[in-house]
Design a protein around this ligand. Structure first.
Ligand code: PGA
Length: 242
């Protein structure tokens, strides 16, 4: 009943050549994929390859004003972003984004008509302390305090699995996805069934199938493997078989 979704997070990588490679293969990715290139390429991507589904990797919590270097969700919508990643662990760790800011960004995206992809996940220390469930719930409570659940994607990305080659086992990932779905059900039982929950953290063609087989995993948020169109395509094929 839920549409699968696989999102490419290029981070600070990629260019229009890579976008072209995706555009040429899009027919085998279409309807289940989106790409998040660096924001400077969004406008050209939309113009040159209008059939691509696009997202941004971040947005400002502000709409306009004296915020040097920032991009508003409205601006990103104007240049073609349908999705925006919010609260990625790299933004939380390297750019000191806290849950309050994440919540404001979710609201800014929704107000601009851009679907937020809220990223949540525990660090290795938190998992070793057995605190993963409470960390995830706290991130959901704070990040979605004011959110419209009808227009939302959530990505579970254990911090210890991002870019490390370590992947959560399918059982570990499903356990957290079920926790997230359960939390959503307490807020709105019918919407909870339709919200796409993505897994991210060292997803590759070799492990995508067993992750996407899990009941509450509806697709992936792909970093490293999304810089290679063939690997990304193989990951998309794995979700198609779900
Ligand atoms: P990775 O990154 O696939 O390279 O682990 C995932 C992400 O950070 O979204």
């Amino acid at each position: 009943m839920r549409q699968p979704l696989v999102i490419a997070n290029w981070k600070l990588n990629g260019d229009l050549e890579l976008a072209k490679a995706f555009a040429e293969r899009w027919s085998s990715l279409a309807s289940k994929a989106a790409i998040c290139p660096p924001a400077v390429f969004l406008s050209d991507c939309k113009r040159l390859f209008p059939h691509l589904v696009l997202g941004a990797q971040n947005c400002s919590a502000e709409q306009s004003g004296a915020f040097t270097g920032e991009l508003s969700a409205d601006m990103l919508a104007t240049v073609g972003a349908d999705y925006v990643l919010i609260g990625h662990s790299e933004r939380r760790a390297l750019f000191h984004e806290n849950d309050a800011l994440v919540a404001r960004k979710v609201a800014a995206a929704q107000n601009a008509g851009v679907t937020p992809v809220l990223c949540v996940g525990e660090t290795l220390e938190q998992r070793q302390a057995g605190a993963e469930a409470s960390v995830i719930i706290a991130q959901l409570e704070a990040g979605l305090a004011q959110a419209d659940l009808s227009r939302l994607v959530i990505a579970y990305e254990p911090v210890w699995a991002i870019g490390t080659g370590e992947t959560a086992s399918p059982e570990q990932a499903q356990e957290i996805h079920a926790l997230i779905r359960g939390w959503l059900k307490q807020r709105n039982a019918s919407l909870a069934e339709s919200i796409q929950l993505l897994y991210g953290g060292s997803v590759k063609p070799a492990n995508a199938g067993e992750l996407f087989e899990q009941q509450d995993i509806d697709g992936g948020l792909i970093g490293g493997a999304s810089l290679d169109v063939e690997q990304f395509e193989a990951i998309c094929k794995a979700v198609q078989d779900k």
